[in-house]
Design a protein around this ligand. Structure first.
Ligand code: DOR
Ligand code: ZN
Length: 349
């Protein structure tokens, strides 16, 4: 039996949702992650200090007793974002970072940014403040093929942005292409990589019939991209760090409308370490999971450690959503019904 003890990891990209779903799923992140950057694309997006404070309060209330988990909150940028609100929120530790969704790029992004140039004044202050900009890097032009949206975004939107704001601290989120892997390294950006983009290529969405379980945005790409992502994540390079993009959708909705998002927080650590094991890179796992993120964000690393052991780990087919002792829904986790080779054994001090 193999085992590995690493500093407690953080999740640098997470969707916690609201209400009953939040209450049911937060334990999967708070148990073995120290911190998480919480995405602001709630139904009514987190566009102001007040909304952010009340969202953070509901997250804290949903945490198990005595949990030390720390949610790091973000502001959802729109064409109407008020500069002073952003500055005040950042200076008072309400906002840890700002999230840029191109309008209609993904779930709950209709109020996102219509024209990136409209935010230049905002980026100028963020650059001065050292406030991180987290980017969903896809264009939304319907003429651009869905599999090319990340690459076109990099060329048309990201490159001009970094040329104009060279000191802006940027994270290209959930990268999916070898093109992004190279661009991030060449331009001193940070990038999160999800477990699902390390495991699946675009065939997964079409295997055994149209399968929305593997539909997420950006969509998984060709196999050569998955290989490039696995190489990047397991390289230990400082610019690549863990961000699950765990995005739960109730089964009834996912099956009905095929919403984009893969719920991986119940299996994320095990899913990632399996990749590092397969790539013979277990010695690089702590960098990716627990060191590179804090280093990028200038935060201390977590004090506690977790121990992982290689043993057969059967993943449940569904996670139940419970309200007032009644099952009100189900969410399918990533790797549902599969057997993974690793398990988190627990926290060690
Ligand atoms: O697949 C995704 N789901 N990608 C995103 O960018 C958003 C997320 C969600 O909120 O469901
Ligand atoms: Zn996301």
């Amino acid at each position: 039996m193999k085992d590995l003890t690493i500093l407690k990891p953080d999740d640098w990209h997470l969707h916690l949702r609201e209400g009953i779903v939040l209450k049911n799923i937060i334990k999967f992140s708070s148990e073995f992650f120290g911190r998480a950057i919480v995405m602001p694309n709630t139904k009514n997006p987190i566009t102001s200090i007040n909304k952010c404070i009340s969202y953070k309060k509901s997250i804290s209330e949903g945490l198990p007793e005595n949990s030390k988990f720390e949610p790091l909150m973000t502001i959802y940028l729109t064409d109407e974002t008020i500069k002073d609100e952003l500055i005040e929120g950042f200076k008072n530790d309400v906002f840890f970072a700002a999230k840029l969704y191109p309008a209609n790029a993904t779930t709950n992004s209709s109020q996102g940014v219509k024209k990136i140039e409209n935010l230049y004044e905002i980026f100028e202050v963020m650059e001065e403040l050292g406030m991180p900009l987290l980017i969903h890097g896809e264009v939304t032009d319907p003429k651009v093929d869905i599999f090319d949206r990340e690459v076109v975004f990099i060329d048309k939107e990201l490159l001009p942005l970094i040329q104009r704001f060279p000191k802006l601290k940027i994270v290209l989120e959930h990268i999916t292409t070898s093109y992004a892997v190279s661009f991030v390294q060449e331009n001193n950006l940070g990038a999160t990589i999800t477990p699902h983009h390390l495991h699946i290529n675009r065939n997964a969405m079409f295997f055994g019939g149209l399968n929305s379980d593997f539909y997420c945005l950006p969509v998984a790409k060709r196999e050569n991209n998955r290989i490039a992502l696995r190489k990047a994540a397991t390289s230990g390079k400082k610019c690549f760090f863990l961000g699950t993009d765990s995005a739960p959708h109730l089964r009834q909705w996912k099956a009905f409308c095929g919403c984009a998002g893969i719920f991986n927080s119940p299996v994320a650590i095990e899913s990632y370490i399996q990749v590092f094991d397969e790539e013979d890179s277990l010695d690089q796992f702590e960098k990716f999971a627990s060191l590179n993120g804090p280093n990028f964000y200038n935060l201390p690393v977590n004090k506690e450690k977790i121990r992982l052991v290689s043993k057969s780990n059967e993943i449940p087919k569904f996670i139940e959503v419970i309200d007032n002792n009644k099952v009100v829904g189900q969410i399918k986790p990533f790797h549902a019904g599969e057997i993974l080779n690793w398990q988190v054994e627990g926290i060690v001090n």
